[in-house]
Design a protein around this ligand. Sequence first.
Ligand SMILES: Cc1cc2nc3c(=O)[nH]c(=O)nc-3n(C[C@H](O)[C@H](O)[C@H](O)COP(=O)(O)O)c2cc1C
Length: 354
Amino acid sequence: MTNLFDPVQLGELDLSNRIVMAPMTRSRAGEDDAPTELNVEYYRQRASAGLIVTEGTQPSANGKGYCRTPGIHSAAQIAGWRKVTDAVHAEGGKIALQVMHCGRIGAKANKDAGAETIAPSAIRAAGQMFTDTAGMVDFDMPRALETDEIPALIAEFGQATRNALEAGFDGVELHAASGYLPMQFLSTSANKRTDRYGGSVENRIRAVVEMLEAMSEAAGPGRIGIRICPGVVFNGIQDDDPAETYSTLLRAIDPMGLAYLHLILLKSPQVDGLEVAKASFTGAMILNDSITLGRGNELVDSEEAAAISFARHFLSNPDLVRRFREGADLQRFDRKTLYTPGPVGYTDYPFMIG
Ligand SMILES: Cc1cc2nc3c(=O)[nH]c(=O)nc-3n(C[C@H](O)[C@H](O)[C@H](O)COP(=O)(O)O)c2cc1C
């Protein structure tokens, strides 16, 4: 029987176990969106995961949506991340950077002066987000990218990957879920373009395929993953036919030889994401969302998943791997401190004693 404590190889990534820490935005980056010693400590504490996937990290100033999220586009940010990766590696862990471009999910108050909110189409998402200076505000009205601007956007993902390698990351994951920029290109509700990046499904998947190509060119495909959640209705996103969109996307990227597909399972009335993925993607899969230890063991034993990722359990249990191994109780997370600055609710969740 294979279980979550067994090692596994995902492309070029050698994991000592199959318990992955899922990406979590925690809004605790320092000055100029650079990681700090506090972030180093948080990730060091969780280094017994087979692989840590970091919080969503912007590849450019335009890519930032939320307050206090880190970037990977300046020398200070690369230097800050280098301390994080060194700490995780010193503990024997592995760590991938999640690249997250928020696209239209943004607010000027969270961005640097001069940065803009851009998207495939000038369609504002319904909803609001928190800002430090103005409290809750509506999402910005985005500016639609011109066709001749798209190569530079795609290049941001290649450059972010090169920067991540310079910062010592083992891999890079493209965040193509949750209604952010890559998913905005994929989805019929956010992409009304009439050029080669919109309209037909082949056109809607093009930007994401090109992002992955740019990332693979930078690091080799065996260090690149992609995260998707077919059918999710979040951040104002909606797709008329997610089964068609994601089967077309996965068939197009399957030959690339990526390290993994990170799939958020979702009960969607429109689509069974796992069925679509199994039918259209032959590489390794990391499955996520509210999966128990027992179910996770079943999924890796049946080879439906190569690994399982856990978000909230890792947030409140830095020693989650040990707790799972010993059948120990899990601590609950505190909702009030998910995104607050400072160590409380971040680096102060206790380890097991003894
Ligand atoms: C505080 C918090 C922040 C999150 N931020 C991200 C993120 O930056 N990128 C991402 O892909 N998913 C993000 N997620 C989603 C998680 O990775 C995961 O899909 C979700 O929590 C379900 O997994 P779980 O049942 O193990 O918690 C976040 C979740 C939480 C709780």
